[in-house]
Design a protein around this ligand. Structure first.
Ligand SMILES: [Zn+2]
Ligand SMILES: [Zn+2]
Length: 99
């Protein structure tokens, strides 16, 4: 259990002092969390934003060669080529409906 009081802390990332309030401590206890956050609210918000930011990988359509981006990191061969063919929006539908 986290002690329910205002904790004066220092952010592990930016070094800024921040307060982990008694209210937050109580909420953490409610959730069963036992670790006091090491980072200030600012850095935590930034971390979260970064996590939510989707990966955009430029790839080429195996059908027409058009460049486009996919929201994930595709598997690649040792030489950097795509391990599996990827298709642009137009050809993706064709390739999946063809089978
Ligand atoms: Zn910080
Ligand atoms: Zn295409």
């Amino acid at each position: 259990m986290i002690e329910v009081k205002d904790h004066q802390l220092e952010c592990a990332k930016c070094g800024n002092p921040f307060v982990f309030t008694a209210k937050e401590a109580a909420r953490f206890n409610d959730k069963g969390l036992t670790n006091i956050p090491k980072k200030c609210p600012d850095c935590r918000a930034k971390d979260r934003a970064k996590q939510e930011q989707k990966v955009r990988e430029p790839v080429q359509c195996a059908e027409c060669g058009a460049s486009f981006e996919v929201p994930f990191e595709p598997a690649r061969n040792a030489d950097g080529s795509l391990a599996r063919p990827l298709y642009c929006v137009e050809h993706f539908e064709k390739s999946s409906s063809a089978s």
